[in-house]
Design a protein. Sequence first.
Length: 255
Amino acid sequence: MRTNNKTALVTGGGSGLGEASSLRLAEEGAHVFVTDISGDSAERVVQTIRKSGGSATALPHDVTQESDWQRVHDTIAGACVSLDILVNNAGVVFSGNIEETSLSDWRAVNSVNSEGVFLGMKSCLDLMSKPGGSIINISSIEGIIGDPNLIAYNASKGAVRLMTKSAALHCTQAGYGVRVNSIHPGFIETPMVAAGIAAMGDAAEEFHQNIIAAIPMGHLGQAIDIANAVLFLASDESRYMTGSEMVVDGGYTAR
Ligand SMILES: NC(=O)c1ccc[n+]([C@@H]2O[C@H](COP(=O)([O-])OP(=O)(O)OC[C@H]3O[C@@H](n4cnc5c(N)ncnc54)[C@H](O)[C@@H]3O)[C@@H](O)[C@H]2O)c1
């Protein structure tokens, strides 16, 4: 029970990587606040956790709204002494190069992926266990390397990578004993990736095969591969890690 007696908040916990991370943290003993812009999705994940004997609470939550963060913060503060684990996972993807991406598309992506993580850390820092808290920000390999068709997504995930380091340094300087790290998944089979590939229509199969060919391990990852990384960073096993970037990509960025 690697997260026994710990309390966690996972944003975007109603699907994909957030769902798998919520289930894994609960399986290892954490009480998980599963939040999502889709309250029904969060509720479904909470029911799954409870059926397996775990403990969880669902909350509807749009990470772009400061008022939503305040409500989630106050709910958690009213229910427990402190928050041990914050997983800023909610995210959206948008394909487009510099010429075809509009300012409103740019803002829509960055408001969820970048501002959502900023607001999450800012809103919850006072709740985090001091010492012992762990903040885990889900970036991407697209926060490390560029893609011509992902300008807004690249920018948002690069921002997550560096705001993680800034917050990590602040927390050490302040003597909080709160660790802040980022995870950089490669191509993982989730509804986000499936929808992105399907949207390519006739080009989908070729794109899928090209991705597989570019992954040294020869296959896409599974959500559990990221959930296990989240679990490690959430647990005290990673107690000497802060400001670091954990890449989980089947070797994609090793070339
Ligand atoms: N799947 C991958 O290959 C991959 C790779 C690298 C990074 N990521 C990142 O991992 C995270 C999870 O992605 P996923 O693949 O599980 O996607 P997903 O689409 O399956 O799940 C994302 C969840 O976030 C929620 N969400 C969207 N906007 C929100 C908002 N404004 N407020 C709260 N919740 C919101 C959605 O309702 C959904 O439940 C994202 O940050 C994504 O960028 C995914």
